[in-house]
Design a protein around this ligand. Sequence first.
Ligand code: PLP
Length: 402
Amino acid sequence: MKDLRAQFPAVHQKVNGSPLVYLDSAATSLKPQKVIDVLTEFYSRETANVHRGAHFLSDRATQKFEKARESIQKFINAESPNEIVFTKGTTEGLNLLAQCWGRRFLRAGDEIILSEMEHHSNIVPWQMLAEEIKIKINFIKVTDSGELDFAHFQTLLSERVKLVSITHCSNTLGTLNDVKKFIFEAQRFGAKTVIDAAQSVTFQKIDVQYLDCDFLVFSGHKLYGPYGVGVLYGREEILNQMPPYQGGGAMIAQVTKDGTTYLNAPQRFEAGTPNISGVIGLGAAVEFSNSLNLTKVLAHERELLERATEQLKSFSDVRIIGESPSRVNILSFVIAGQHPADIGQILDQQGVAVRVGHHCNQPLMKRFGIAGTVRISFGVYNTVEDVDILIRALKKAQELLS
Ligand code: PLP
């Protein structure tokens, strides 16, 4: 893991006079030099638009852009590159589904199932749709230990349910859900399935054919890649039945004064000049991820999590939120009588970067009767020393706040 850490220039800096301890990878990961180099090279020498130029640079950019699509297809084991739609990120992927799939296939009286641990990006787009089309949204309950309540899920299923959209890994609790079990059950009722893999994609091999989901979304920036780029995977035959929600260049078969016909997926969902550098950078991030031994990454991040959990428990008045044995690299806690924002600020003064607040999980906060948590999350660059520094910094925070 030491060699890996050396590949991330951002970890080798001081913040507020102390060496940076970055414990906020669930918000966004740091970037390896290889990804930074690919972006620099693109902007320095390769800049050109894709899919339309009649010149060398444009051809090369197009080849790299489409090669990235193929790398991502293989990365998640999709059947075809046509099933890989480039988006701005997880949020746009889910909005696209609500607008394009939802408007096309949902009718008043239909039901969809989300869960109490969803990120707002997997709640709000569906609520916006529900305001227009009178669909009902039900939420799978979360147990005290921070897991999806499968028995409750089963009570929500019926022929009225047309979609189940759930997260693979909770961005607050760290719970890794056994989504295959949920997908299988949803399919028995003919419901389509969406998996939010924004967190899991960093440490878990994603295989959409094994999962047998209809859609899956993730963001580049949490996967050691650039900002403003992400992926919507969808089964090709369903994508081609969905109308696009943005019109413009690069997505049309023919435009006349009377109307337009569209290209098939993925182009029909990629109107306008895409995030070319982002997509090529994401291709490099996927290559980086492919070079990792995910079994080792998982074991390393779990070791850090266990060390942090154990040491946190020695603090008085600490409550860890969610203690599923499936957790890998995310840990949330509150300390009685101390505001997460105050703790975060004192940690920051010591160079320790964590996230505080509701983490775009307000229904989950309500479920646990809290306003927010302190969240620590690990990436491949974190070390055992990082955990020890966090604990020392936290002790100082406790002294100052008590
Ligand atoms: N879903 C989960 C589980 C997340 O953790 C996040 C971001 O934190 C998102 C969705 C939204 O991702 P983005 O902001 O990259 O679109």
